[in-house]
Design a binder for this molecule. Structure first.
Ligand code: GFB
Length: 387
């Protein structure tokens, strides 16, 4: 009997020490503070650009970055859907460059202690929507985003004239002077504290953004189905939204992600219709050239609309090269496959394309762009010029 009592009390002691460890984990608070934000602008490519900027910003301020979920939109569903960050990416590589934790973890373990409901203040540059405050939950995806974590705000804080460029003008010091972590442990932004497209100084952070095991598995199981030999990955961004956007290209010399080929100050040229929405004959001509250069055996086509599979198969028949696509469509697996191709032809204007291009740059894989450099400039450069 006495032995039983000892066993039980031993178990209780063990349980108590475990809960102490757990409690300590809960209380392991970063004294330098946290940054939260809603990736409330655009779809995946835009959010990824913003993510890199936000990571650079958090690193500059030396605050832990809370990894927000990815905001997605499904046809027929009026409210945005929030997909946990680690569904698509590993958190460990990010933690090697800066302290990060997922929003789910933050809300569960830390928010009750350092960000209780009565302290939830939203940060914005200036008043939004003709109101007096940040109106952080006004509209979609703003409301659904914070509702996912049961967050309501009790106040607003404007930060004008500060900005997110922590690489110049001592901006990080200014933020920490204005909002010291001791007084403001959490800065919760209404939108990403970052610019679009991604600031040049933050591009290097992409190498820490690595696909989750699940995405990797799906990628390799698709690649295994391709004919043996090198394959070219191409991005054909050609849906109706894109056609409309490209109509404005001549008035926007550096539209969306275009700085990735044209340079941030248009030092390599200006946007053209072909650069934005390359015509079929240009696509086929450029593909044939790369097929010859790398001895490709197949093409992997990622697209939001027309994959041109039959047209490509017909045009490349004589070269014995076949075109393939992923079914059912999956944007993240599409991107990961593009990232692993032997050569990637990107759409310079698309931030979706820019994601794969940056990933490849980080590991030294070659890429080029549709219609860039323009034919007349190309004559002056080597045929296999890569950017
Ligand atoms: O990613 P994103 O901001 O890139 O938005 P852009 C385009 C979305 O279209 C992606 C889908 O997030 C995907 O959901 N999509 C595009 C694709 N290409 C593919 C693909 O190859 N495969 C699959 N499965 N899906 C711009 C936006 O899009 O479009 C601007 O940045 C604006 O905000 C403009 O809306 C019209 O930069 O290409």
């Amino acid at each position: 009997m006495a032995g039983e009592v000892w066993k039980i009390s031993g178990l209780i002691t063990l349980f108590l020490s475990f809960s102490t460890i757990l409690t300590e984990e809960i209380l392991d608070i970063d004294p330098s503070g946290y940054i939260l934000y809603c990736p409330c602008m655009g779809r995946f490519g835009n959010q990824a650009d913003h993510f890199l900027g936000s990571l650079g910003f958090a690193k500059g301020l030396n605050r832990t970055l809370v990894l927000p979920p990815w905001v997605e939109y499904k046809p027929g569903i009026s409210k945005s859907i929030q997909v946990p960050f680690d569904t698509y990416f590993k958190t460990e590589p990010l933690n090697t460059i800066h302290r990060v934790m997922t929003m789910e973890e933050f809300m569960k373990k830390l928010a009750p202690k350092i960000w209780p409901p009565e302290k939830r203040v939203a940060f914005c540059y200036m008043a939004r929507h003709n109101s007096e405050g940040c109106n952080a939950k006004e509209g979609n995806p703003f409301g659904p985003f914070w509702d996912t974590y049961d967050v309501d705000f009790v106040g607003s804080q404007f930060y004008k004239p500060l900005n997110y460029d922590v690489h110049h003008h001592d901006m990080a010091v200014k933020w920490n002077q204005e909002f010291p972590p001791s007084e403001w442990p959490v800065l919760a932004f209404v939108g990403a504290p970052a610019s679009f497209p991604v600031q040049k100084e933050n591009i290097y952070l992409h190498k820490y953004l690595q696909w989750s095991h699940s995405i990797e598995e799906q990628t390799w199981s698709f690649i295994k189905t391709l004919p043996k030999g090198p394959f070219i990955g191409v991005h054909l961004r050609n849906g109706i939204d894109w056609e409309r956007a490209c109509e404005h290209v001549e008035h926007s010399p550096n539209l969306f992600a275009a700085p990735q080929c044209l340079g941030y100050r248009n030092e390599h040229g200006v946007s053209t219709k072909d650069l934005c929405l390359p015509p079929e004959n240009l696509i086929i001509k450029q593909l044939k050239r790369v097929i010859k250069n790398i001895g490709a055996k197949s093409i992997f086509v990622a697209s939001d609309s027309d994959h041109m599979i039959d047209k490509l198969n017909e045009a490349l028949k004589r070269m014995k090269v076949t075109a393939h696509m992923l079914k059912p469509s999956n944007p993240h697996v599409d991107l990961a496959i593009l990232g692993r191709s032997n050569h990637f032809i990107a759409n310079c204007v698309s931030s979706f394309s820019a994601f794969a291009k940056r990933e490849r740059d980080a590991i030294g894989f070659p890429s080029s762009f549709w219609a860039f450099p323009p034919e007349k400039d190309k004559k002056k450069r080597p045929v296999h010029d890569e950017f």
